[in-house]
Structures are given as C-alpha cells and as structure tokens.
Design a protein around this ligand. Structure first.
Ligand SMILES: Nc1ncnc2c1ncn2[C@@H]1O[C@H](COP(=O)(O)OP(=O)(O)OP(=O)(O)O)[C@@H](O)[C@H]1O
Ligand SMILES: [Mg+2]
Length: 380
C-alpha cells in the first residue's frame, strides 16, 4: 500500500551482536521480568522493546510508550498515573494514566535516565506496590498488571555515582539488561541495513533503485555513524529523494560520509574542505544541533566569533545543513533550532563572513524534495 510511511519493525543485521540481541529478545519475551535497554541514540532500543512485547504473552494487550524526556514532572506524572478532576488548573475531569490503559500489556518508558529525582521516587513507589495513585487523589485508585521496559542512552551507574539517578530504582529496573552496541562496532550490518532502507525509500518515492558502487560501500563501511541506524536510514532516504541515477557513486553520498575517502569530491570552490583535525569539531557541533536540539546561536556562533572555529568549518556546518534540507535556507534555520524570525539575521551573518553558500547545487533533480525532507526527522 503506497500510504505506508514506516517500515515494519524489524531488527535487521547479520552480526554476532544482532544474533545475540535476537536471542535475548526471545528470552526476555518468555519471561515477564523488567528489561532495561541501553545503547547510544539510534541503535534500535525502541525496536527491541517493541519486539519483546510483540513476541511476549502480552502481545494481545497494548504496548504503551512514554518518553520521559522533555516532559515537565507534573505532566509526566499525569501521563503515567492520571489525575482527578480539579487537581490542577485545566483538570476538568478525571483522567486515567497510561499505566492504567495497558492492562496486562507492556509500558515502555523511553529515556528513563532523564527522569527527575522526584519522578524517580514516584516510579519507585509504583514499582514497589503496583498501585496507581492519580494526581490529586488521597489514596490509591487501583492496581495494574503491566510489564515495564525501560531504555536510556545514559550510563546509569555513572549517573548514580554523580547523584543523578537512584540506585534502588536502577536495581529494580535492571533485571534483564540488554545493551545494543553502536553500528560502528558491528559495521558488517551496514550492507543489510542500507540495502533494506534504500529499497524501502526508493519504493516509497517511486524511484529506480540504484546499484551501489564498490567505492560507495567502502565509504559506508568506513564512516563512524554517530547517529547509528537512524542516521543510516536518513541517508538512504535522502539518496532516494535525490534519485541519483542507475549507479550510486561515492560522490552521491552526503559529504560527511566522504570525509577521509574522497575529499575532493565534496568540496566546492566556494566551500573548501574542512581541515581533518577540525572535522570532529564540526561533527560534534552538528550533532549538538541535529540530535540534541541546541541552537546555532548557542553552539556554532560563539565559537566562530571567538575564532575557535574557522571559516571553512562554518562553511562545512552550513553545507551539512543545506544537504539535509535540499538547499533550503529557511529549513536550515529550523534544522539548526532557530526561530523563523532569525532567518534574515542568519543569512546576514553568513554573508558578512562570506559563508553564504549557493544553494543550487544542493537541490534535488526530482523536484519533490520538500515533501520528503523533514529536518526534524534527522533530529530524531
Ligand atoms: N537492527 C535494525 N534493523 C532495522 N532497523 C533498525 C534497526 N535498529 C534500528 N532501526 C531503525 O533505526 C531507527 C532508530 O531506532 P530506534 O528508534 O529504535 O533507536 P533508539 O535506540 O530508540 O534511539 P533514541 O535513543 O534516539 O531514542 C528506527 O527507524 C528503527 O526502525
Ligand atoms: Mg528511542
């Protein structure tokens, strides 16, 4: 069906690590114990949680996912446990929490490492008693039978040592531990994953699937993939959107993948190449903006103004932004977490420092770039 936008949940890969994870998923699915999934961003923690649920005896009931990051305490507590009418402004009626809405099912608490200390106490109390106390209620409302799966990209023992995470909560959550290694440590999974997502997005965007040239495989296999499989998936989609012709050459890859393999291919007369020793700084800065939601003004701008970032590095950052947005400066503003009103200021700044790159060479041939390019998807 052409309306399908998400591939089905699958854990692809032929590495030993993936085989072990698949076996661990089956094992975890057979038991009802809590699971703590750890690993860097984009490695597949949510995929694993979903597979455990789907393969477990609870699969006939719901899997409810709650992201603990970015929600203020009161909202997170209300999401999880519900509230009673009048417990806070805007609480017009009693509302059940998500824990109640998955009876005999699974609750996946994503980014549990981001929970405030107060919410950690609330969660701990629930884990000890199984009782749900809605916000504003003076006693427990009901008990629920849910299985808890949690995930985090933080190093929880380190967070415990730093006083940010409760050790007793960690012990409760850490019954079955599954650690998913980053893609760079199981690089043999890249061909399977890339073929899969390239085929998927070429079908979705109705373009011919290109043959992947050997040099392109070399670049894909030497890249470090800091955003892991999510990044690989985004790269595959960008390539499908660009519809580069029957053969996918190394020069068709986004330039961050090309660094170190064919540097000249990614430079333009205007942009110049980033100095090799600086590339990690550019990587770090773009990761902070694309993955952690930090603003250009707080990351790149001060470093450039204090001359800790060279003009070539700034151009590299802009180049990456233009590649992600098919050459659309307005989308770069959003991608780099600036408000729309900053568009003029941003362009003025780039022009002043001679870093305003011509956008034309970043435009796709197909002309359907905008529907498919979602800067936020990159931020994950
Ligand atoms: N082994 C895999 N096979 C196929 N697709 C995968 C695999 N691992 C991850 N993906 C895909 O990569 C993307 C990121 O995966 P997921 O959301 O599970 O990562 P995550 O570890 O939860 O990341 P984050 O910490 O940023 O939330 C998803 O689109 C997912 O479908
Ligand atoms: Mg996740």
């Amino acid at each position: 069906m052409s309306a399908v936008t998400q591939p089905e949940v699958r854990l692809l890969g032929r590495s030993e690590a993936v085989r072990t994870i698949l076996a661990d998923i089956d094992c975890a699915a057979r038991s009802g114990a809590k699971v703590l999934i750890t690993g860097e961003t984009g490695v597949g923690k949510e995929v694993v949680a979903r597979l455990i649920h789907e393969r477990s005896a609870r699969s006939a009931s719901r899997l409810v996912t709650v992201n603990c990051a970015g929600l203020p305490d009161s909202l997170l507590e209300s999401e999880l446990f519900g509230h009673v009418r009048g417990s806070f402004t805007g609480a017009y009626r009693d509302k059940p929490g998500l824990l109640e809405m998955a009876p005999n099912g699974t609750v996946f608490l994503d980014e549990v490492g981001e929970m405030s200390t107060r919410m950690q106490v609330v969660l701990l109390r629930f884990l000890e008693t199984g009782e749900i106390q809605r916000i504003g209620a003076d006693r427990s409302h009901t008990r629920v039978n849910v299985r808890l799966i949690t995930a985090t990209n933080r190093d929880l023992p380190k967070e415990i040592a730093a006083g940010n995470f409760r050790e007793d909560l960690f012990f409760r959550l850490n019954v079955i531990r599954m650690h998913i290694p980053p893609l760079r440590e199981r690089i043999e999974d890249v061909p399977t994953l890339f073929e899969h997502y390239l085929g998927f997005y070429c079908d979705q965007h109705r373009v011919e699937r290109p043959q992947v040239a050997q040099g392109t495989w070399d670049a894909l296999m030497t890249y470090r993939w800091p955003g892991n499989i999510r990044e690989l998936r985004n790269v595959a989609e960008r390539i499908a959107l660009k519809s580069t012709g029957p053969v996918l050459r190394p020069t068709d890859l986004p330039s961050e993948l090309m660094r170190g393999s064919d540097r000249t291919a990614v430079t333009s007369a205007d942009a110049g190449a980033a100095a090799p020793q600086q590339s990690s700084q550019v990587d770090e800065l773009t990761a902070r903006m694309l993955r952690h939601g930090e603003s250009f003004w707080a990351t790149v701008y001060p470093l450039f103004m204090s001359r800790d970032l060279t003009r070539n590095d700034l151009r590299r950052v802009i180049e990456i932004g233009l590649e992600q947005t098919n050459g659309n400066y307005r989308l770069v503003v959003a991608l780099f977490n600036m408000p729309n009103e900053d568009y003029k200021r941003f362009l003025g700044f780039l022009r002043k420092h001679n870093c305003h790159l011509p956008f034309q060479r970043f435009r796709t041939v197909t002309g359907k770039s905008h529907g498919g390019t979602r800067p936020v998807a990159v931020a994950g």
